[in-house]
Design a protein around this ligand. Structure first.
Ligand SMILES: Nc1nc2c(ncn2[C@@H]2O[C@H](COP(=O)(O)OP(=O)(O)OP(=O)(O)O)[C@@H](O)[C@H]2O)c(=O)[nH]1
Ligand SMILES: [Mg+2]
Ligand SMILES: [Zn+2]
Length: 300
C-alpha cells in the first residue's frame, strides 16, 4: 500500500497510509536511493510503498531541501521532500540570524526551484536599533522579490499568516530558538508541539524539536523541522553559484568575461555594482562564502 511520510523519529517513520491510518514503518539497512548520498534515505513528504511495515520504495521526488551535516562533510541530510514552498524564520536578535545563513538558505531554494519566504519573528523584542535593522533587511530581500513578513509568533493572530500557507505544503526552517514550533502552534490555535526556552547564557535555542513532522491544516500542510546551525550546500559547481543569487546573476550578464567569478577579473559588472551600492555587500559576502565551499571541496 502507498502512503505519505509525515514524521521521522530517527529509527522509524510514521506513514499516513492511503486508507487514512498512520503506520510506523522501517527501512531496511541496505535501502538506498540512487544518486543521493544522505544520512536519511527517506524524508518527511516522501510518497512511499509499504509492505508489512517495511518501506520498499520511494516515489521520485518533485524536489527536496537538503543540508550538509557540516560544511566539509559529504554526507547530507534531506530536511523534507515534495514541498511547495519553504519559509525561513529569521530573528534579528534572540538569537541572531546571520545574513550568510539567510542567503545560503535562499540559494538552496533557488537551486531546487522552491519558492522561499522570509518570516521575521520576535518583533516584540526588538530595540529601536534592531527595528531599523529589520527594516533594512526586509527592504533588501523585498527588492530581490522574496516575500517577507514580520510577526510575533507568541501573540500571533493566525488569520494574519494563514493565507500564506493555504493550499500549500510549507517547510518551516531556521536556527534553533527562532520560533518555528511557536508559529506552528499559533497557526493551529493550540499546542501541537513542544517549544523550547532560549538559554540566557548564549541567547540560543536548545534544539527542542529533534525530528521533522508534517501537520495538516484544513487546506495545506506545514513541516516543522529541527533548528539548524548552518546551511552547508549541495554540491554547487563554482560557475553555478552566481545563478542562485538573483541580483548577481542578473548583473553578471554585463561582465566582460563569460566565466567571470566576480572576484578579481577586469571588467566585472558585479564588482562595479557593489561599489555603486546596487548590490549589497552582505549578499556578496554570502556569495563568496559559497564560492569558498566549492574551492574547498575541489582540494579535499
Ligand atoms: N518574545 C518572543 N518570544 C518568542 C516568539 N516566538 C517564539 N518565542 C520564544 O522563543 C523560544 C523558542 O521557540 P521555539 O518555537 O521552541 O523555537 P524553534 O525554532 O522551534 O526551536 P527548535 O525546535 O530548537 O529548532 C520559546 O521560549 C518561545 O516562547 C516571539 O515572537 N516573541
Ligand atoms: Mg521547534
Ligand atoms: Zn563579474
Amino acid at each position: 500500500m502507498k502512503g505519505l511520510v509525515i514524521k521521522t523519529t530517527g529509527s522509524s517513520y510514521i506513514v499516513r497510509m492511503n486508507d487514512g491510518l498512520d503506520a510506523e514503518c522501517h527501512v531496511k539497512g541496505n535501502f538506498r536511493i540512487r544518486g543521493i548520498r544522505s544520512t536519511n534515505p527517506v524524508a518527511v513528504g516522501d510518497y512511499v510503498t509499504v509492505e508489512d511495515g517495511w518501506i520498499m520504495d520511494v516515489e521520485e521526488r518533485r524536489n527536496y531541501i537538503i543540508r550538509k551535516s557540516t560544511n566539509l562533510s559529504k554526507e547530507s541530510h534531506i530536511l523534507a521532500a515534495n514541498i511547495d514552498q519553504a519559509a525561513l524564520i529569521v530573528t534579528v536578535n534572540h538569537p541572531v540570524t546571520s545574513t550568510t545563513f539567510i542567503d545560503r538558505f535562499l540559494a538552496t531554494c533557488e537551486a531546487y526551484r522552491v519558492r522561499a519566504i522570509l518570516i521575521f519573528n520576535k518583533i516584540d523584542l526588538l530595540t529601536e536599533e534592531e527595528t531599523v535593522q529589520l527594516k533594512e533587511l526586509r527592504e533588501l530581500y523585498e527588492q530581490l522579490e522574496y516575500p517577507t513578513l514580520e510577526i510575533s509568533a507568541i501573540s500571533c493572530q493566525p488569520s494574519g499568516v494563514l493565507p500564506l500557507f493555504e493550499g500549500k505544503t510549507t517547510l518551516l526552517s531556521g536556527n534553533s530558538g527562532v520560533g518555528k514550533s511557536t508559529l506552528l502552534n499559533a497557526l493551529f490555535g493550540k499546542e501541537m508541539t513542544r517549544t523550547g526556552k532560549i538559554s540566557d547564557a548564549h541567547d540560543k535555542g536548545m534544539h527542542t524539536t529533534t525530528f521533522s513532522e508534517m501537520y495538516f491544516l484544513d487546506n495545506g500542510a506545514i513541516i516543522d523541522t529541527p533548528g539548524i546551525k548552518g546551511f552547508g550546500t549541495i554540491d554547487f559547481e563554482k560557475e553555478e553559484v552566481s545563478h542562485y543569487f538573483r541580483e548577481i546573476f542578473h548583473t553578471s550578464r554585463e561582465c566582460r568575461f563569460g566565466n567571470c567569478t566576480h572576484t578579481n577579473e577586469p571588467g566585472c559588472a558585479v564588482q562595479e555594482a557593489i561599489i555603486k551600492g546596487d548590490i549589497a555587500i552582505s549578499r556578496y559576502e554570502s556569495y563568496l562564502s559559497l564560492l569558498g565551499d566549492c574551492t574547498e571541496s575541489k582540494y579535499r
